[in-house]
Design a protein around this ligand. Structure first.
Ligand code: C2E
Ligand code: CA
Ligand code: CA
Length: 573
């Protein structure tokens, strides 16, 4: 496949493109003669001396493909023009073909930096045309080859080379409506981890072949960026669903059972855009807005996205200061046991909040996914665990009791080779029992490095921690997870509760989850419970524990502490 791509992906856009050449000669008859030879193949600019030539060259340095230059002219001669062009970074790449009748001048001009010469008189039009064409081809090839040309695995252009390509195309087709497209595979690292690198490579190659063909069919070209990112520069499309459909079909041929989710971000180039790299950054920003969203495959860029991207950058930048200056706070959302006569506060979930000095309360929904992507989540989580441990200790000392508090654990926390020790140390530091702490691990973490996760969970459970499977039912490997993973509690994804009265199917799903939990002998927590109907239905199907606004929002430390005290007075645990 690679050779096929290599052969085909020559300068697709260049072949039929009409280049511009500049003819510089003081004699009008010569200009006309050359003009008539070249005009079918090239757009032609004319200058009648060196000064005028330099002026035009400076104005059009990016779109002139070659200069045909007479040597002997009034005002400024051709030698001077060669010299000045060679010494200017913006013009030295433009090939010069010298027009002369003297053999010595031919040799000397080549020595000075000219690429070729055309002898006067112009009696061999075919030879002239061939020489101009070859000079331009050689010069373009040289420019492009300066970048590393092709990606080894897929045979597509590398991004660097591709950007150069796009740049040149834009100079020739300024008025064409073009789209910058970024394509990415959701959770590609998981495909590699679960099905092996070979499979991952084949996925990349399949995508490369398909998008290459698509680009060719749409007057464009394709490239591979880092890892699982691809780029396309193609004529504006109204419908991107067809390419997604096509990619899905191709990938299905690799494996029927593995669902590879592809997403693309699109930026429509505007005439005022002149930073090529930026238009692909915009496409990437659009693409990232649907990361992890399995319902969406296509996203268009709008200027708000740029603001969000800047906002995200700020958050990443400010996290250290935030942690140092106490801007992060832990809130506690109570969980109630509903299978006794009156609901009882049994435990709580620790949820982090960030009070940013400039942006005010930033919701974890905004910063957690961001920090999960770049690993900073560990810093936040370590802070939360430490806070929670310290408070449980204090409640025990000051109130004489506490309730178990569950903390959230991300996939990245589990990849930390020191995780078990870290948690053990925390217990020792505050003299706590493992039962004081529950660990909520979100389902998506379960589909990463399964073996490692299994070992970590085994070790943590051996120490005595309870493991709650968070957001159960939201991901794509739920049942499989349950069959192989040791867990102690199922936390049903909030969407089930939210949609339960919209359709019968969801109600049935909730009942099914209850059956599965019964089969595994583990309790079920329902979160996001907001009203009485939801509560009563859940109670009727045997749900054990409820967390949600119906009972309480997540509370700041002092309010939660008061709740603990009141609850104790009323005879709760
Ligand atoms: P989650 O673990 O599924 O947490 C439950 C989320 O549902 C919380 O949102 C909570 O405030 C919200 N919630 C609770 N009851 C209701 C309700 O009745 N209705 C509605 N609409 N929402 C309710 P929050 O605090 O914004 O957290 C969002 C997510 O951020 C959490 O989802 C969790 O995945 C993550 N997160 C929060 N704190 C931490 C943390 O300290 N570490 C890590 N790794 N992740 C955290
Ligand atoms: Ca949680
Ligand atoms: Ca959850």
């Amino acid at each position: 496949m690679r050779t096929k791509l290599m052969k085909q992906s020559g300068p697709i856009l260049f072949d039929d493109m009409k280049r511009t050449v500049l003819v510089v000669d003081d004699e009008s008859i010569n200009r006309e003669l050359l003009g008539s030879i070249l005009e079918d193949s090239y757009d032609i600019l004319y200058a009648c001396d060196g000064i005028e030539a330099l002026q035009i060259i400076n104005d059009y340095s990016k779109s002139i493909s070659a200069v045909l230059l007479d040597l002997i002219m009034p005002n400024m001669d051709g030698w001077d023009v060669i010299n000045k062009m060679q010494n200017d970074e913006n013009t030295k790449h433009i090939p010069i073909i010298v027009l002369t009748s003297e053999h010595e001048a031919e040799v000397e001009s080549l020595n000075q930096g000219a690429s070729d010469f055309i002898p006067k008189p112009y009696d061999l039009p075919d030879v002239i045309l061939a020489r101009v064409k070859r000079t331009i081809e050689l010069s373009e090839d040289r420019t492009i080859l300066q970048s590393v040309e092709r990606d080894k695995l897929t045979g597509l252009l590398t991004k660097e080379f591709f950007l150069e390509y796009v740049d040149i195309t834009d100079h020739f087709y300024k008025d064409k409506h073009m789209d910058a497209v970024a394509l990415n595979i959701d959770r590609f690292h998981l495909l590699n981890e679960i099905y092996g690198r070979n499979f991952g490579d084949r996925v990349l190659q399949t995508i490369a072949t398909a998008i290459y063909q698509f680009a060719r069919d749409n007057d464009g070209t394709a490239a591979r960026g880092e890892a699982d990112t691809f780029f396309l520069y193609i004529e504006h499309q109204e419908d991107y669903k067809q390419i997604i459909r096509h990619l899905k079909e191709e990938l299905k041929q690799l494996s029927d059972s593995i669902n590879v989710h592809i997403r693309i971000g699109i930026y429509q180039r505007e005439l005022s855009d002149n930073d090529t790299e930026k238009i692909f950054d915009y496409a990437k920003i659009a693409c990232n807005t649907i990361r992890g969203n399995f319902q969406e495959s296509i996203a268009f860029y709008d200027s708000n996205l740029q603001k969000n991207a800047i906002f995200s950058e700020r958050l990443v930048h400010d996290i250290y200061e935030g942690l140092d200056n106490g801007q992060f706070k832990v809130f506690y959302q109570p969980k109630y046991d509903i299978q006794c006569d009156t609901p009882r506060l049994r435990s709580a979930e620790a949820l982090v909040r960030w009070k940013h000095p400039e942006f005010g309360m930033v919701s974890p929904g905004q910063f957690i996914p961001l920090f999960e992507n770049n690993g900073l989540i560990q810093k936040v989580d370590h802070f939360v665990w430490h806070e929670v441990a310290a408070n449980i200790r204090r409640w025990k000392d000051e109130l004489g009791f506490s309730v178990p508090i569950s903390v959230n654990m991300s996939r990245i926390d589990i990849c930390d080779s020191n995780i078990v020790n870290r948690i053990r140390k925390l217990l020792n530091e505050f003299n706590l029992k493992p039962g004081d702490f529950h660990l909520e691990i979100t389902e998506s973490a379960y589909s990463s490095d399964t073996e490692r996760l299994m070992n970590v969970i085994d070790e943590l459970r051996e120490i005595g921690f309870l493991i709650e499977l968070d957001d159960f039912g939201a991901g794509y490997s739920s049942l499989n997870t349950l069959a192989t993973m040791p867990i102690d509690v199922i936390k049903m994804d909030m969407e089930f509760v939210r949609n339960m009265h919209k359709d019968k199917k969801t109600l049935r799903m909730i009942e099914l989850i209850m059956d599965i939990a019964e089969f595994l002998s583990v309790p079920v927590v329902a979160e996001g419970v907001e009203d009485k109907t939801q509560y009563e239905f859940l109670k009727s199907v045997g749900c054990d524990i409820i967390q949600g606004y119906y009972f309480s929002k997540p509370l700041p430390l002092d309010e939660f502490e008061q709740l603990l005290i009141d609850n104790k007075k009323e005879g709760g645990k």
